[in-house]
Design a binder for this molecule. Structure first.
Ligand SMILES: Cc1cc2nc3c(=O)[nH]c(=O)nc-3n(C[C@H](O)[C@H](O)[C@H](O)COP(=O)(O)OP(=O)(O)OC[C@H]3O[C@@H](n4cnc5c(N)ncnc54)[C@H](O)[C@@H]3O)c2cc1C
Length: 659
C-alpha cells in the first residue's frame, strides 16, 4: 500500500490533518483540485483551541505574528446604541487569545509550508478526486487532471491517476464529492440565508470597529477585522443573487461609504455566500471518513466552522495513527460518536444567535433592542453557552465521581526547572499524559506507572514538594493556580489526558487512580502492542515534545432572546419562518463579566507578564465559571476603559442615521 492515508482536499481541515499525520510519521497523499492556494479569505477569526493546535504543529508563533487579537465584539442597534459589549481575554482556556483575527491566506500559507516540509506528506495539486473505491484492505481514489477552475479537464491535460491507501478522508468542503459519492445524507438545521461578503485591504490606518454586529433591521451588517491589514463588511441580502449582480464595485463602495472610502482601502473581493446549517448523518463508511465542511456546515455567527474542522482533524489523527499501529478499527467509530454531537450543539447555537442578531422586522427588532438595553442597564449578562465535552467515545467508564471525563483539559502557564514559565504542552509533550497533583496517590503504584510509560504515556506532577520529585516525572509549578482551581472544580486529584486534550478520565482517590490507570492501559493495550517505552516528558524525543492541545470549550456566554424574538415575521418572500441571519465571522458568545472594571484593572496591574491570566476563558469545568483571569488579562492589553468607550462612542456616531 503506497500511502497510509489519502486526504481529499487541501483546505484548512485537510492541511491540518495531513500535517498531524505526517508528524506522526505517516505516509499521506493529499489531493487538491486547484494548482495553487485559494488566496482569498473565508474564515475571519479562530479561537484559542485552534491556536493551541497550531502550537502543537509548531507554527503558533509565526501564525500569531500575522493575526490580530480580537478583544471586543459589540452588538448595536440601528441607532448605534451598544446592546452588548463583549470583551475577550488574551489567554483563554487553551492558553492563547480567545479570538484571533486573521487573513485566511496567511494561515493557509503557513500550513502549506508546514505540510511541504513534513516528511511523508505528498501534495498532489491540480487533480480532482472523482472515484472512491473500498478494496479488501484499503481505499483507492481516482483523480483526474483539473483545469484552472478546478474542474475535470479531460485527457489533453494528462492522465487519471489512482492512489491507494489504508484510509481516505474527505476534507473536500461543503460540496464534498466524497460525501455525495458515499450517498451520505445531511441533517438540515433549517438555516439558509444569503449574504454579501466584501473584503478590503487597508491602505492606511482607519478607525473601524474590530468586530461589530450592526442590528439595523433594514440592513443587518457585520464588520470585522481580518488581521492587521484587512477588514470585512458583510451585508445580509434579501434574496440569493448571482456573483455578477453582487460584485458591482460601485454598489459595494456605496454600501460601505459611511465607514471607508477608496482612499482608505482597496476592495479585494465581494462574493455572495449562502450560509447553511447541515451535519452529515454518517462520518465514516468503511475506511472512508469525512472531516471539516465535508461533514458539517454552520452559519459563521460563532466563528466555529474552521475551528470545528480543526477539531475533527485533531480527533482523527491520533486515532488513525493508533489503528495504523495495529489497533482495532473499532476505535474509529468513536470519531463520529465524539465529534458529531459537539458540532451539532455548536451549529444549533450558531443558528439561534444568527436569528436573534438579524431580525428584519422593525417591531421585533425594537423589542429585542429594548430587552437587551434593559438587561444591560440592570447589569444582567447574557446567559451562558457552554461548549460541550464528549460523553460517548474513547473515554473511561462513566462514573458519578468523574466529572472531568470528556472535558477539555486546560492549558495554563507552568514553571518547569529554573527556566521561564511555559505553556503546559511545552512540558507535557503531545501524547497521553497522566497529571497528578497529590504525590501520595502514587504510593505503591510503581508497576502501573512503569506500564503507563511503556505504553507511551508521559507523567506530569503539579507543584510537588522537592523531596517527592521523581526522575520519571516532569514536575511543574502551577504558576497561576489555574490547575488547582480546575482540579478543585472537578473534585479530582489526578487525570489522564488524551492526545487531543480531552480528559479520558479522572480520579479523586489513590484507589480510583489505580482503577483509572488500569482501565486506560487495558483500553490502550490492544491498541499499542508494540509501543516503545518512553521516558518522562522532559526526556522525550523532539517529535514528541511538540506542544499539546485540547478541544472542549465550556462557558462562552451568548444571548438568548425573549420569546418575542423567536417568532420572527417573514422578511421577504423567500423565507417565511425566520426574519434573521447574522453576520458571518463574528463569534457571538461573550464571557462572564468580572466584578468591576476597577478590580479588573487592579488585577491586571498586579500580574506579571507571564501570568496574565489563569485558564480563563471558556471555563473548563465547574468552579471556573469563566473568567476572572480572562478579564484580568483582557484589561491588561485592552488599554484603558476610557479608550474603549471613546472608540465605541466614535463608532456609535457613525452607526446612527444622523452620524
Ligand atoms: C464568509 C465566511 C466566514 C467564515 N468565518 C469563519 C470564522 O470566522 N471562523 C471559522 O472558524 N470559520 C469560519 N467560516 C467557515 C470556514 O471558512 C470553513 O469552515 C472552512 O474554510 C472549511 O475548511 P475545509 O478545509 O473543511 O473546507 P474548504 O476550505 O472548503 O476546503 C476544501 C478543499 O477541497 C478541495 N476540493 C473539493 N473537492 C475536491 C475534489 N473532488 N478533489 C480534490 N480537491 C477537492 C477544494 O478545492 C478546497 O481546497 C467562514 C466561512 C465563510 C464562508
Amino acid at each position: 500500500m503506497a500511502y497510509d492515508v489519502l486526504v481529499i482536499g487541501y483546505g484548512p481541515a485537510g492541511m491540518v490533518l495531513s500535517a498531524l499525520l505526517g508528524q506522526r510519521g505517516r505516509r499521506v497523499a493529499v489531493i487538491e483540485r486547484y494548482a495553487g492556494l485559494y488566496n482569498l479569505p473565508r474564515a475571519a477569526t479562530f479561537d484559542d483551541d485552534a491556536m493551541r493546535l497550531l502550537q502543537k504543529l509548531g507554527i503558533a508563533e509565526s501564525v500569531a505574528a500575522g493575526t490580530r487579537v480580537q478583544r471586543t465584539y459589540d452588538w448595536c442597534n440601528a441607532d448605534g446604541e451598544v446592546l452588548i459589549d463583549n470583551e475577550f481575554s488574551d489567554f483563554g482556556a487553551s492558553g492563547w487569545p480567545e479570538f484571533n483575527m486573521m487573513f485566511q491566506p496567511v494561515l493557509e500559507s503557513e500550513l502549506d509550508a508546514l505540510c511541504r516540509r513534513t516528511p511523508g506528506v505528498e501534495i498532489i495539486r491540480g487533480y480532482v478526486a472523482t472515484e472512491f473505491r473500498q478494496t479488501g484492505d484499503g481505499v483507492e481514489v481516482v483523480a483526474q487532471p483539473a483545469d484552472e477552475l478546478g474542474r475535470v479537464a479531460g485527457t489533453p491535460h494528462g492522465k487519471a491517476r489512482t492512489f491507494a491507501g489504508r484510509f481516505a478522508v474527505g476534507c473536500d468542503g461543503g460540496n464534498s464529492k466524497v460525501r455525495s459519492g458515499l450517498d451520505i445524507k445531511m441533517d438540515d438545521y433549517g438555516f439558509e440565508e444569503p449574504w454579501l461578503v466584501c473584503d478590503f485591504r487597508l491602505k492606511r490606518d482607519v478607525d473601524l470597529p474590530m468586530a461589530l454586529q450592526y442590528g439595523d433591521p433594514d440592513q443587518p451588517t457585520s464588520i470585522i477585522s481580518l488581521g492587521p491589514h484587512h477588514h470585512r463588511f458583510s451585508f445580509m441580502l434579501d434574496q440569493v443573487v448571482s456573483s455578477a449582480e453582487a460584485v458591482d464595485p460601485d454598489e459595494v463602495w456605496r454600501r460601505v461609504s459611511r465607514w471607508i472610502t477608496r482612499d482608505d482601502a482597496e476592495l479585494i473581493r465581494a462574493a455572495p455566500y449562502t450560509f447553511r446549517s447541515t451535519v452529515a448523518q454518517e462520518w465514516k463508511q468503511g475506511r472512508i471518513l469525512l472531516a471539516g465542511d465535508a461533514a458539517h456546515q454552520m452559519p459563521p455567527f460563532l466563528g466555529q466552522g474552521m475551528c470545528s474542522g480543526f477539531r475533527d482533524a485533531h480527533n482523527l489523527a491520533w486515532k488513525l495513527d493508533l489503528v495504523l499501529q495495529g489497533a482495532t478499527e473499532d476505535l474509529l467509530e468513536t470519531y463520529a460518536a465524539e465529534r458529531s454531537p459537539h458540532v451539532r450543539a455548536i451549529t444549533e447555537k450558531a443558528v439561534e444567535l444568527g436569528r436573534v442578531q438579524t431580525v428584519r422586522d422593525k417591531q421585533a427588532a425594537r423589542l429585542r433592542d429594548e430587552e437587551l438595553l434593559r438587561r444591560k442597564r440592570s447589569g444582567r449578562r447574557p446567559e451562558g453557552f457552554r461548549f460541550p465535552g464528549y460523553s460517548e467515545g474513547f473515554l473511561a467508564q462513566a462514573s458519578p465521581d468523574d466529572s472531568a471525563r470528556g472535558q477539555l483539559f486546560p492549558q495554563a502557564w507552568v514553571g518547569h526547572g529554573s527556566g521561564r514559565a511555559q505553556r503546559f504542552a511545552e512540558v507535557s509533550g503531545a501524547g497521553w499524559v497522566l497529571v497528578v497533583r497529590d504525590p501520595s496517590a502514587l504510593a505503591g503504584r510503581d508497576d502501573d506507572l512503569v506500564a503507563w510509560r511503556a505504553a507511551g504515556g508521559t507523567m506530569v506532577m503539579l507543584g510537588a514538594p522537592a523531596e517527592e520529585r521523581a526522575e520519571a516525572w516532569a514536575t511543574v509549578d502551577d504558576v497561576d493556580g489555574a490547575y488547582q482551581r480546575w482540579f478543585d472544580g472537578h473534585g479530582c486529584a489526578s487525570v489522564i489526558v488524551r492526545p487531543d486534550w480531552y480528559v479520558y478520565g479522572s480520579a479523586a482517590s489513590p484507589d480510583s487512580l489505580r482503577n483509572l490507570l488500569r482501565s486506560c492501559l487495558s483500553d490502550l493495550r490492544p491498541v499499542v502492542p508494540e509501543a516503545k517505552p518512553r521516558t518522562a516528558s522532559r526526556r522525550l524525543a523532539p517529535a514528541d515534545r511538540r506542544p499539546v492541545q485540547g478541544d472542549v470549550h465550556p462557558a462562552a456566554e451568548v444571548m438568548s432572546g425573549p420569546a418575542s424574538w423567536s417568532t420572527h415575521p417573514p422578511h421577504n418572500e423567500r423565507n417565511e419562518t425566520c426574519g434573521s441571519q447574522t453576520s458571518p465571522d463574528v463569534p457571538l458568545w461573550r464571557t462572564a463579566r468580572s466584578p468591576s472594571t476597577s478590580s479588573r484593572r487592579a488585577a491586571a496591574g498586579s500580574a506579571p507578564a507571564h501570568r496574565r491570566s489563569s485558564t480563563g476563558g471558556r471555563s473548563s469545568g465547574p468552579g471556573q465559571t469563566s473568567s476572572t483571569g480572562r478579564f484580568r488579562s483582557c484589561a491588561t492589553r485592552l488599554g484603558s476603559p476610557t479608550r474603549i468607550s471613546a472608540r465605541r462612542a466614535r463608532i456609535r456616531g457613525r452607526c446612527s442615521p444622523s452620524g
